[in-house]
Design a protein around this ligand. Sequence first.
Ligand SMILES: CC(=O)N[C@H]1[C@@H](OP(=O)(O)OP(=O)(O)OC[C@H]2O[C@@H](n3ccc(=O)[nH]c3=O)[C@H](O)[C@@H]2O)O[C@H](CO)[C@H](O)[C@@H]1O
Ligand SMILES: [Mn+2]
Length: 346
Amino acid sequence: MKLQSVNAFLLMFAGTVVIGLFYLGVTSPSIRHIEQRFCLNITKKSSENVLLQSPQGLKYNQPSVLGPDGKVGPLAPWLAPIVSEGSFDPTLIDAIYKQQNITVATTIFALGKYTVFLKDFLESAEQHFFVGFRVHYYVFTDHPEQVPDVNLGEEHELTVMTVNSSSRWQDMSLGRMKRLEMLIESGLVNDADYLFSLDVDTKFYGRWGAETLGDLIGVIHAWYYYTPREQFPYERRPESQAFIPYSEGDYYYGGAVLGGSVKCVYQLAKACREQLDIDAAKSIEAAWQEESHLNKYFLYNKPSKLLSPEYSWDDKKSKPDQIKIIRYSHIPKNYADVRPNKQKLL
Ligand SMILES: CC(=O)N[C@H]1[C@@H](OP(=O)(O)OP(=O)(O)OC[C@H]2O[C@@H](n3ccc(=O)[nH]c3=O)[C@H](O)[C@@H]2O)O[C@H](CO)[C@H](O)[C@@H]1O
Ligand SMILES: [Mn+2]
C-alpha cells in the first residue's frame, strides 16, 4: 500500500516535470529558432526544386486538350492549368500580381529582314501585353537602325541588343536559346521577375496578362492541339538530342512562345542550347530547330502552366468554335521575301 502511494507520487512528479519541460521547450527562443530554421530549410529546398520532372520512357495515355464538352480542358494530367478564356478572372488575377510589383522582361529577335515585323508587334503589344505592368522589351537585332520608334506606355521600356548577322534563318531562330542564356547570365534581366521570349512575325489581338505568369510556361501549338502524339512533328531520329519516340508525348508546344521565372527560363535555355550544340557537333539539325528541343525539354520538365492556342494562333487558320478568342497570332509572311536562304536543311 505504502509502496503504491510512493509510486503514484513519483509518477505525478515525473508527469509535472515532463509537462514543464515541454512548455519551456516550445516557448523558449532557442527551440523556436531550431523549429524556424527547420521550416525555412523545407521552404528553401522546395522552392529550389520547382521543376516538375518526369522520367523518360514512362507509359501513359496522351492527354487531350479538349475536354468531353469540346472546350479546352482546364488541367494537364500533372495538374498544371491550361489557360484559356473563361478559366481566369482578368481583374482579379491582375490585381493579385499588381500587388507583387513585378517586372516582365520580354525578348524579341528581329534579325535580317524580320525587322519589318517589329512595328506591328510592338504597337499591338502596347495595346494588349501586360498593360499596366512594368514591361522591359529586349530587341535583339543586327539592324539597330531599323528598330521603329514606338510610343511605349508608362513603365514600359525597350533596350536594343545589337548582335551579329547570320546567313541562315535556321541559325537566327535557334540562336535564340544561346542569346537568352547569355542575356540572363549577363545579369541585365536581374530586375525582372518573369521572362518571355516571343516570335516577332506576330501580332497581339487580345489581352495577354498576369494569367500567363508562372514558373515555366509553354504554349500549345495551334495546328496540333487535336493531333495523336505519334503524328506530332517531333524529331524522330534517335541521333538527335531532340528525339522523342512515337509512344511518348503530351502536347505539341509552339516554339514561338516560352516563358516563366527568370531562373526557370535560364535552366530551359541552357539545357536546349547544350542539346543544340551536341546536335550541331554531329551536323544534325532537328526537324523544327529549337522548337523540337523545346518539345523534348517540356516533355520531361513539365510546364507549370500551359497556354491554350489562344496565345499562339496563326492568321492562316480560321477560328474554330472551341477557341473563344485569339490573343496573339502569326501574321502571314512570304518566306521567300523575309528569309535569306530557302531550303530547310534536314
Ligand atoms: C508558330 C511557331 O511555333 N513557329 C515556330 C516555327 O516557325 P516560323 O515559320 O514562325 O519561324 P520564324 O521564321 O518566325 O522564325 C522564328 C523566329 O526567329 C527569328 N528570325 C527568324 C528568321 C530570320 O531571318 N530572322 C529572325 O529574326 C524571329 O524572331 C522569328 O519570329 O519554327 C521555328 C523554328 O523552325 C520556330 O520554332 C517558331 O517559333
Ligand atoms: Mn514565327
